[in-house]
Ligand binder design. Structure first.
Ligand SMILES: [Zn+2]
Length: 168
């Protein structure tokens, strides 16, 4: 079963199974986004797929926080495949995650041979690194060298730490 909600710059595809509902977000969360128009579907597991979230503005983020707060009360909310934009947003405004948890996210790396690449990190597989705010190691697919992390580790991995949870 597939539903879709469309705004000016954002579309949300909704898929349901018996136990889970998956919301896939594509586009920008801006002033055209109305959280009230997003159907609340009562399931044990609620998944947000966020690899194609490109931008948030201040009107959009206010609506987003309402949505996340509301949906967190319905079931157990997890964020998967978070884009770099989504992670930056969570680090700046921890309420963007609400009671949700990040299961996987993209992180920016680069290699001298070919420039920027992003890599998907599964939180459960990289807990040791993330707790110490270290970027997990990846090899370049073209030249085999280690990729360099392309952001500040302390800030980019802030959301994985317990300090932020205490502060929020
Ligand atoms: Zn390389």
């Amino acid at each position: 079963m597939l539903k879709a909600v469309e705004f000016d710059k954002l579309s949300i595809d909704i898929t349901e199974t018996s136990e889970e509902v998956i919301y896939r977000f594509v586009g920008d969360v801006d002033e055209s986004f109305r959280q009230k128009d997003v159907p609340r579907i009562k399931k044990k597991k609620i998944t947000f797929v966020l690899e194609q979230i490109n931008n948030f503005n201040s009107c959009g983020i206010r609506e987003w926080i309402y949505l996340v707060r509301d949906i967190s009360d319905i079931g157990s909310l997890r964020f998967v495949q978070c884009s770099v934009t989504m992670i930056d947003q969570i680090n700046m405004v921890p309420d963007s995650l609400g009671k949700g948890t990040v299961e996987s996210f993209y992180a920016p790396y680069y290699c001298e041979c070919g420039g920027e690449v992003s890599r998907l990190i599964h939180v459960a597989d990289s807990q040791m690194d993330l707790q110490m705010r270290h970027a997990p190691a990846f090899k370049c697919e073209s030249c085999g060298r280690n990729l360099e992390f392309d952001a500040l580790e302390e800030s980019y991995f802030l959301f994985t730490g317990s300090e932020m949870q205490r502060a929020s």
